[in-house]
Design a protein around this ligand. Structure first.
Ligand code: GAP
Length: 538
């Protein structure tokens, strides 16, 4: 079962070093997160997988890495200066500011309905280029990577001799001054996008739009977010971005946050290439574009078959790396039984839960909606306690639960059972796992065991390029748990048998390889480790 509460992911992330709030020691900077040692590996693995699928495994794609800072005119003609706005309202009672379409007419801070009329707030961060702060120095941090692709269309075409249809892929940072950044990595002010601009002959755009929809769903399934967990939202006309003829938003149901966009797949028509072109009147554009008096190029394509110039249409699949990492973690997260607890231990937790729920139902400290939510969740857990015991912690984190005296007692009863009989495991696709292999010496002070274990680690990481950690800081069972929790697919133990000093002399030169998902152990010759791991990590 995937994560049931975002709190599970936030807590794991903090405990193990996936993501940290940005600038934390100075009180943070809202809407920013830093990727820790495991987060950066996960992020790089996601990006590499996306790049491999979309650039290397196709023969119609090129890559690009454009500058974040661009001439201000890019944002004038792209339409962002005029239209990249969110509706901002002020609460007259508590002076807080909100995005009008997120709050339903009520201030989430103080409950007041005394709000100002919505007014447009441009989300681009502005900055100054060079030492003189006059109007000519104004620049923006890009709010999407896409424009870097459009303004390089002619460069890529000229240097690669591509024929339509073809695409350009780019991964990079984007910045948006979100009015209310929230929900962990979900809505932040600095984030990374993986974007494709796929250029097609006008008229073939709708068919390509469908093809990209299928291709992108297949990619998501391949990284562990299956088709049935994604809803396709065919964005209605009045919600479409200014450049779009049609957009499919891929929506994922994040715990606590709800159903939200993880990727947009837009048909941008000839809007962008047309917007950035000179002599627009001669281009037969279908999109309505702003008159461009500054561009020095006609962003068009010579079609050798029809012997005419056309401005290609564009299909754009655009996904956020942070939202992807979050969805992948939610899907991979599991807290599961490893060995059944004795009935008397389980009974004491069951009794504690019954007493807690009784206290909740009688409490006058709780808001009715909080009480109902705790009771509904609590009764579901009580109905299948053995399997659902790990959901107790998220239950106790629901609003109002800690106001109930018995919550501490219940936590105290459940924790030892959880520690001994359950494990947290991230069932990440092996190629996405931050650490591929962990190597343990059975004895941390045994010179030869340590030397062999270190040698294996050096070989796997240094020569095979597999992120590998060496850990000798606990008993093997504890070390397994630690690796399960971060999704490490394989743990290797070097022991006396490896050295030929165990009971079975035929095991000399072999190590134990333990599989994260099945917890099964294989004995593998060191000489065959490379082939064994390569096969399983594919
Ligand atoms: N070039 C098209 C474009 O930027 P978008 O729907 O605004 O389209 C694409 O953004 C993707 O970027 C979204 O599906 C989401 O995954 C990610 N994204 C957008 N705003 C974000 C934010 N504030 N925080 C995190 N990710 C964001």
């Amino acid at each position: 079962m995937p994560a049931v509460a975002m709190e599970q992911i936030v807590s794991l992330s903090k405990r193990r070093g996936f993501f940290f709030p940005g600038s934390e020691i100075y009180g943070g900077l809202q809407g920013t997160y830093d990727y820790g040692p495991l987060g950066v590996e996960l992020k790089n693995n996601i990006i590499n997988d996306w790049w491999r699928t979309n650039v290397y495994e196709r023969d119609d794609m090129e890559g690009l890495d454009a500058a974040i800072l661009m001439n201000r005119l890019v944002w004038k003609y792209s339409g962002h200066e005029e239209t990249f706005n969110d509706p901002l309202v002020d609460c007259r009672s508590c002076k807080s500011r909100w995005r009008a379409d997120h709050i339903d007419g009520v201030c989430p801070n103080c409950g007041s309905r005394d709000l100002t009329e919505p007014r447009p707030f441009n989300m681009m961060f502005s900055t100054q280029v060079g030492p003189v702060a006059d109007s000519g120095a104004l620049a923006y941090l890009r709010p999407e990577t896409a424009q870097g692709i459009f303004v390089n269309f002619a460069n890529v075409l000229a240097t690669t001799s591509r024929k339509l249809p073809f695409g350009i892929a780019q991964v990079g940072k984007a910045f948006r001054n979100e009015i209310n950044p929230r929900n962990f990595l979900f809505r932040v002010r600095e984030f990374e996008q993986m974007e494709i601009e796929y250029f097609v002959m006008p008229g073939s755009d709708e068919a390509w739009h469908q093809q990209w929809l299928e291709a992108r769903l297949a990619w998501w399934a391949g990284i562990g977010v299956p088709r049935e967990r994604i809803t396709i939202y065919d964005v209605p006309g009045d919600e479409l971005a200014h450049y779009s003829k049609r957009t499919y938003d891929l929506m994922y149901d994040y715990p606590n946050i709800g159903v939200q966009e993880i990727e947009g797949i837009a048909n941008r028509t000839d809007y962008d290439l047309g917007s950035h072109s000179k002599d627009q009147a001669s281009l037969n554009l279908t999109a309505r574009v702003k008159l461009n008096e500054d561009s020095t190029a006609r962003l068009q394509y010579y079609d050798p078959e029809s012997r005419r110039h056309v401005v290609p249409y564009v299909i754009e699949p655009s996904a956020g790396v942070g939202r992807c990492a979050l969805a992948v973690l939610c899907e991979a997260y599991a807290e599961e039984l490893t060995k059944a607890p004795p009935p008397e231990k389980l009974q004491s937790v069951a009794d504690g839960l019954t007493a807690f729920l009784k206290s909740v139902s009688r409490s006058d400290k709780l808001r009715p909606e909080h009480r109902d939510a705790i009771l509904a969740r609590g009764e579901a857990i009580a109905g299948a306690l053995t399997e659902r015991l790990p959901e107790l912690e998220p239950l106790l984190a629901l609003p109002g639960a800690d106001a109930i005296e018995l919550s501490k007692k219940l936590r105290g009863q459940a924790q030892p059972v959880l520690d001994e009989h359950y494990r947290t495991v991230l069932r990440l696709r092996p190629r996405l796992a931050p650490v591929k292999v962990a190597v343990f010496p059975l004895k941390r002070n045994h010179e030869q065991i340590v030397a062999t274990a270190r040698q294996i680690r050096r070989h796997l990481q240094g020569e095979l390029g597999l992120r590998t950690v060496y850990d000798d800081t606990g008993a093997i069972g504890k070390l397994y748990r630690r690796q399960d929790e971060i999704g490490t697919p394989f743990c290797i133990t070097v022991d006396f048998d490896t050295l030929g000093e165990g009971k079975d002399a035929t095991l000399a030169g072999t190590v134990t390889v333990r599989d994260r998902d099945s917890m099964a152990q294989d004995r593998v010759p060191i000489a065959e480790l490379e082939a064994y791991l390569r096969e399983k990590l594919r």
